[in-house]
Design a protein around this ligand. Sequence first.
Ligand SMILES: Nc1ncnc2c1ncn2[C@@H]1O[C@H](COP(=O)(O)OP(=O)(O)OP(=O)(O)O)[C@@H](O)[C@H]1O
Ligand SMILES: [Mg+2]
Length: 338
Amino acid sequence: MGLFASDTVAIDVGSYSVKGVVVGSNKELKKFAAVPTPAGAIEGGVIRNPEQVTGAIQTVWQTLGVKDPHVIATVPGQHVFVRQISLPAMKKKELDSAVRFQAEGQIPIPPTDLILDYAVVGENKEGKQTEVLVVATRKSIVQQLIYLFNQAKLQPKVFDLEALALARILFKKNRKSAAGSLDLIASVGAAHTHICMFEGDVPRFTRTISFGGQRFTRALVMERSIDPEEAEERKLAGELPDEANSLMGDLASELKRSIDFYQSQNKEHSVQQVVLAGGGAQLSKLIDYLESRLELPVALGSLDDKLKIPKRLAAPANMEAFKTVFAPVLGLAVRGLK
Ligand SMILES: Nc1ncnc2c1ncn2[C@@H]1O[C@H](COP(=O)(O)OP(=O)(O)OP(=O)(O)O)[C@@H](O)[C@H]1O
Ligand SMILES: [Mg+2]
């Protein structure tokens, strides 16, 4: 197996594990690796132990066996805000400061820490209002991520948004979606669930909630009086806490709340399906539970359309697990590949 300059290396730093992949220019997966993030090193989206996180990044990179230190990385969903705002029609020059002003009021990031980008996505019939899609994140988070990668002797060449990475890998090629019909992706990690709604390939709304697989492990610890390691093992083997339905209910309610909030502002839009990714999406019975609560089709995202997985790599005992856990990082890696 050769690793060429045209290969893309992507790394996703999560609170449960750091994942890395190498993808060739023909969209063939060449290598993948995941290394556990030491417990407590990232908590509530905050990097508490930079040395440990740097160590995990370095181990992933070494396991991938690449030489090129340039990697694509992600800004975790909880630090990214996507909002659609409506402004009176105005000249491009004025729009920049009007968008910033409006965004500062709607996005919970202090103005001095706010980085944003925006795109005009529409105008109302009379051309009096302009619809703008704003994507914002924290400067301090991006700087901290750059620092961590640099400490690991790597150079992030691009920071991409988790939501865009997910859509890129999970949505089928040339899928047709009618105007106003939305696909919702919920990426269920250990500590967070990143919710994003797309109209076609355009993100319309994102929100991150503090819900993740960790809650089920904690519930097992409490209910069975066992240590977290044993609880995690049991959970991975399919055991659910007695509280599972109530925990899944919290996720269903939050998803519903996001859908209702979005639809209250965009009455003609409706969600047609829910696609799940992230390690937490593998919890047994989660899909059935969400389907019955949301009354929508719910499925694990499939990447088959977007990525070639050669036979020698298609061996992991549980390919479904691989695909859900690696979906965000694979979405980063296929960036720019046709
Ligand atoms: N087979 C499985 N069954 C149930 N849960 C699983 C399974 N495999 C992984 N998980 C859970 O998925 C979660 C980790 O998912 P993932 O790797 O997507 O998180 P992360 O990206 O590191 O975290 P975050 O994005 O929240 O920082 C953990 O809570 C883990 O217990
Ligand atoms: Mg994650």
